[in-house]
Write a protein that binds this ligand. Structure first.
Ligand SMILES: Cc1cc2nc3c(=O)[nH]c(=O)nc-3n(C[C@H](O)[C@H](O)[C@H](O)COP(=O)(O)O)c2cc1C
Length: 181
């Protein structure tokens, strides 16, 4: 089972750290899970122009293919202007419809405004559902106050929610695999 985490933050490290925590918890729960964290600041993903993938640079090709080859994906984004980052939206614009069929696609957002905890439900979840991803119910929002100065999550309740999300992702993926037989 391959689990890829995508961090759509280009500035700070909170989102990367939250995604990293989920990947670690998933490996603790199931040692057969192979993980990879794709931090979008490490790649020059080109702006989507509606052309086939072959027309884009190697980084764009690599990121799209790494995500496409995963069984489980967790998308992470800081909240920017009450939405997801442009970097993450641009990556999602590269995928064809049905790209996430048979995959579990979870969400972790980080933000400074508590009221924006539902942004992922209203803005990112519809995109993942449109691409046919199976979106777990336990998506996690992590408020800035839950991190220490080193961007580690210090709120135990939030860490527990991330663990529960990892568990839900694995259970959902197992049931998809069993159905395929
Ligand atoms: C351009 C910009 C816009 C932001 N807009 C919001 C917002 O609308 N709501 C919110 O909760 N936080 C907002 N924030 C705060 C970030 O979401 C928050 O600091 C986040 O945890 C940063 O994640 P990172 O460390 O992974 O970059 C904004 C930050 C930036 C830089």
């Amino acid at each position: 089972m391959k689990l890829v985490g995508v961090s759509g933050a280009l500035a700070g490290w909170k989102t990367n750290m939250a995604i990293h925590e989920l990947l670690e918890k998933a490996k603790e729960l199931d040692s057969t899970v192979k993980t990879e964290l794709i931090d979008l600041r490490d790649y020059e993903v080109e702006f989507a122009r509606g052309e086939p993938l072959a027309y884009y640079n190697q980084d764009t090709w690599d990121v799209v293919n790494k995500v496409s080859s995963a069984d489980l994906i967790v998308f992470g984004s800081p909240i920017y202007q009450a939405s997801i980052t442009g970097a993450l939206k641009n990556l999602l614009d590269h995928f064809p419809v049905d790209a996430f069929k048979g995959k579990v696609t979870a969400i972790i957002t980080t933000g400074a405004v508590e009221k924006h905890f539902l942004v992922s439900e209203y803005q990112l979840k519809p995109i993942l559902a449109y691409l046919k991803g199976l979106v777990p119910s336990g998506n996690v929002f992590v408020h800035s106050d839950c991190f220490n100065e080193d961007n580690e999550i210090i709120n135990k309740e939030v860490s527990k929610r991330i663990q529960l999300l990892a568990e839900e992702m694995i259970l959902l993926q197992q049931s998809i695999a069993n159905r395929r037989g």
